[in-house]
Design a protein around this ligand. Structure first.
Ligand code: DAH
Length: 339
């Protein structure tokens, strides 16, 4: 039996010496000490040994086992160190190599313009409100005093989802939604995407953005509307900017106007930019129509208000002197990074 133990021990040391990887080491450990291992087989044969010899033999088995276990630990430490070393070699970083640059995005000119408009109105005490892009026909048209036979409802302009639901053609329905909530006074702007069945060209897109504005309070007058939009135009396009209110018609305001600003390129003398007129149209506005107030549950005898709506892309094109709207939708980084 002694010889057998010596053999096992020698064989074990040789196996461990030859183990070149942690997997091989593990295989060796199982072969030597596992349930079906060589040493276990010897232990099982203890019953054949006379009781007097058994303690001494048992001790020898234990010593052999301890020696093998110790060598396994040593081998493991050696192999782990080697594996680490190889990993370090593999993963060496050459700090002198040029870095691969990660390109961060750039704010979109429409987004910059939107934030600028928001900043100006927030500064005047307005709240920023959002409304749904998929809207009831009733909010997009009826509650804004646009009756069923109005040309704005023409299928050519509007994307209908069914006869009651549309992709909103304007941000004005948010006016109705906010008024209906009944929390007065109101001082809000609502930026967002709108949709019209238009062909894409240099000044049109089937999807674009507007910013709606609404103020409702007691004693709000057209003078407040003028003062507010004049201040907005000065902050947006420069302190020299002049404003002109031209009578116009919108179904949900009365009286209504379109607002032109003096051309910030030529200062009003007339240039290519303002097509020689010295003025550039920027938005529509007016005093909230009493019908709209009534349909939204506000008493027009007690409250008055003004509203305005502007096209965000139009403002971005003007402010950044971009001559083709399509550039705003292509998202070419070389274009975007200029702003
Ligand atoms: N919703 C109008 C449009 O899309 C713009 C507009 C005009 C909004 C006058 C208003 C307003 O709030 O008072 O053409």
């Amino acid at each position: 039996m002694n010889n057998r133990l010596r053999e096992i021990r020698e064989h074990a040391m040789q196996m461990l010496q030859e183990a070149e990887s942690l997997e091989k080491l593990n295989d060796a450990r199982v072969a030597l000490l596992g349930k079906k291992g060589e040493l276990t087989a010897v232990l099982k044969s203890m019953k054949d040994i006379s009781p007097e010899e058994r303690p001494a033999f048992g001790q020898m088995v234990n010593e052999t086992r301890a020696a093998i276990e110790q060598r396994i630990e040593e081998t493991k430490a050696r192999l782990e160190a080697k594996a680490r070393e190889m990993q370090m070699e593999r993963e060496v970083i050459d700090v002198t190599l040029p870095s691969s640059r990660t390109r961060t995005g750039h704010p979109h000119p429409s987004q910059i313009a939107r934030e600028e408009v928001e900043r100006i109105f927030i500064g005047m005490g307005y709240e920023v409100v959002e409304g749904p892009e998929i809207e009831y026909d009733e909010y997009n048209f009826t509650k804004l005093n646009i009756p069923a036979n109005h040309p704005a409802k023409d299928e050519q302009d509007t994307f209908y989802i069914n006869k009651d639901i549309v992709l909103r053609t304007q941000t004005s329905p948010v006016q109705a939604r906010v008024m209906e909530k009944g929390k007065l006074p109101i001082r809000m702007i609502s930026p967002g995407r709108v949709f019209r069945s238009d062909e894409v060209d240099a000044t049109h897109s089937p999807s674009f953005h507007q910013i709606e504005g609404l103020v409702v309070d007691k004693n709000v007058t057209f003078a407040d509307l003028k003062g507010t939009l004049e201040e907005f135009a000065k902050q947006m396009f420069g302190p020299e900017t002049k404003t002109k209110f031209r009578p116009h018609h919108f179904p949900f305001t009365e009286p209504s106007a379109e607002v032109d600003v003096s051309c910030f390129k030529c200062g009003g003398k007339g240039c290519r930019f303002c097509k020689g007129s010295g003025w550039i149209e920027i938005l529509g506005c007016g005093m909230v129509h009493p019908h709209v107030f009534e349909m939204c549950g506000i008493d027009p005898e007690e409250y008055t208000g003004f509203a305005f709506g502007l096209g965000l892309e139009r403002i971005a094109l003007l402010k950044y002197e971009i001559d083709d709207m399509r550039l705003l939708y292509e998202n070419d980084y070389r274009f975007l990074k200029q702003f």
